[in-house]
Design a protein around this ligand. Structure first.
Ligand SMILES: NC(=O)c1ccc[n+]([C@@H]2O[C@H](COP(=O)([O-])OP(=O)(O)OC[C@H]3O[C@@H](n4cnc5c(N)ncnc54)[C@H](OP(=O)(O)O)[C@@H]3O)[C@@H](O)[C@H]2O)c1
Length: 486
């Protein structure tokens, strides 16, 4: 499907997100022939450099696997560079620059305006682009995360952008919602009676949601040390995953119905108590065979920092579907494995045959890497009367669909181009999630230490042990025989 002609304006064109994600995603859309010839890309940054040196600095090939030279040349040929400081620049100069490019390409006036900028300049940029709005065509403005740093700042930001933009023009990004397996949660649940009929408290014992990273703070210390894992990961990505897993069936297949259902989940979250949260901060250790420093020895982090790099959380969705079912969420940096998954663990009951099956059934949604969906169930052990063994049926996404599945940012951009809000959090969801997170942050103690390269702090194990449960780590299914159905 060819998308409408439009001018793509990227604020933060010289930044990491643009180089690593946005331009490679536009490359893929071009390769799939979804962009018209009348789709110029304007990158803005403060640096006073020429278009030629901007293009040279992009080193675009580094970020695109097996790139096709003709498509790369097509992409580069569409890129214009404008030097502009949102805080100090003169707006008429900016409008003149945009208008000159529009004339050069003789394009329709539709605009996709992407704010790949620090959140501190969102408001000023919204005021700047608000003037470009023209009722004869569409303008869509994309705001990167984080959207605020608590409920007060998020409300202030929202009020300021709502004073210049309409809700239908605003796209607030949580790139997790662009991931194929996250969007698949809804298909799994609502397009399969086999799963829909088990998705409730009578069948499900508990749910674990894990986003585990091996990387440390890297070059983001300035931002991360203010934010920490709770605000950087839980407020957005983990609560979005929780919303998709726990929501009621949406009343219709529209973006608003979906967003109503997601917002209702956050509204039903039980306020967190101190005993439900464990925070940690990584010390030195080994990731694989490589020695790594502890968090406070990282560049740009103070020796005294008490920022958490790990959080484990027990929470409940107080809706009839999930009465008494704990949701365990955890995320951290410098852990042993890099993966994100969701595990729905079924109740473990004695069977009418009089035996307790080997393991409870489990649905595993693997978000990354090795995207897929797996189901464990018990089979009779050959020649061993009564004993069972847990085996795995595993749907491997790329084995079935091949390697061309869109990356998260490609889906994000494409959905904006289509004007489809389904994978963008609405303001009421964001406000409710900040209220929940602010409540959590008010009651937590400073983080304990964990060794880099471990599974996280031991207190996180205790959190589940108190409930007679344990974390299911990435390697916990390795003893189970994989049956590839894909
Ligand atoms: N990088 C990622 O993987 C990632 C992932 C998720 C979300 N995000 C979000 O995406 C946004 C951008 O992140 P990033 O990693 O790309 O940051 P970055 O590498 O630090 O780039 C920031 C960009 O903002 C521009 N900028 C800053 N102040 C400006 C001003 N006053 N006027 C005009 N331009 C200004 C910079 O331009 P100059 O350098 O030319 O001055 C640069 O292009 C942030 O909100 C971040 O939280 C990033």
């Amino acid at each position: 499907m060819i998308l409408e002609s439009q001018m793509i304006i990227i604020f933060g064109g010289t930044g990491d997100l643009t180089r690593r994600k946005l331009l490679p995603s536009l490359y893929h859309l071009l390769k799939k022939k979804q962009l018209t010839d009348c789709t110029p890309i304007v990158c803005l940054g403060r640096q006073k450099i020429t278009r030629e040196s901007f293009l040279k600095n992009l080193t675009i090939d580094k970020f695109i696997e097996d790139s096709d030279d003709a498509v790369v040349q097509d992409l580069l040929g569409r890129i214009e560079y404008l030097s502009f400081d949102v805080l100090t620049g003169s707006p008429p100069e900016f409008y003149a620059g945009i208008e000159a490019i529009r004339q050069k390409y003789k394009c329709a006036a539709n605009s996709l305006i992407y704010l790949a900028l620090p959140t501190t300049v969102f408001q000023k940029t919204a005021e700047l682009v608000g003037v470009l709005l023209d009722e004869t065509c569409w303008q869509r403005v994309v705001f990167e995360k984080p959207f605020g740093e608590d409920v007060v700042s998020a409300r202030k930001l929202n009020e300021s952008i709502m004073s210049v933009l309409r809700e239908d023009q605003i796209f607030r990004v949580d790139h997790y919602l662009g991931k194929e397996l996250v969007q698949n949660i809804l298909t799994l649940r609502f397009a399969n009676e086999i799963f829909a009929s088990t998705w409730h408290e009578q069948i499900i014992d508990h749910i674990q949601i894990t986003v585990s990273e091996t990387l440390g703070v890297e070059k983001r210390a300035g931002y991360y040390d203010r934010s920490g894992a709770v605000r950087d990961m839980v407020q957005n990505h983990l609560l979005q995953l929780l919303s998709f897993v726990a929501m009621e069936p949406p009343r219709a297949g529209t973006a608003d119905a979906l967003r109503d259902a997601a917002a209702a989940v956050i509204g039903h979250l039980r306020p967190v108590e101190k005993k439900d949260v464990v925070l940690g901060q990584y010390g030195s250790g080994f990731v694989g065979n490589s020695p790594v420093v502890g968090y406070t020895a990282e560049d740009g982090v103070s020796d005294e920092s008490v920022t958490e790099t790990y959080v484990a959380l027990r929470t409940y969705v107080d809706a009839p579907r999930w009465q008494g079912v704990p949701f365990y969420l955890r995320t951290g940096k410098r852990l042993k494995h890099r993966y994100a998954d969701i595990r729905l663990v079924f109740k473990h009951k004695t069977s009418p045959l009089g035996t307790i099956p080997d393991e409870p059934n489990m649905i595993i949604i693997r978000i990354q890497p090795d995207e897929g969906i797996a189901l464990t169930f018990n089979v009779r052990k050959p020649g061993d009367s009564g004993n069972t063994e847990s085996v795995l049926m595993d749907f491997c996404h790329h084995c079935h669909f091949g390697p061309n599945t869109p990356e998260a940012y490609e889906s994000i951009l494409r959905n904006v181009m289509l004007g489809d809000h389904s994978i963008f959090p609405r303001w009421d969801w964001i406000e409710a999630s900040w209220k929940y997170i602010d409540g959590l942050r008010r009651i937590v103690s400073p983080p304990g230490n964990y060794t880099a390269g471990s599974e996280g702090p031991v207190e996180a194990d205790t959190l589940l042990a108190q409930d007679g449960r344990k974390w299911l780590n990435d390697n916990s299914s390795q003893q189970i025989i994989p049956l590839h159905l894909g």
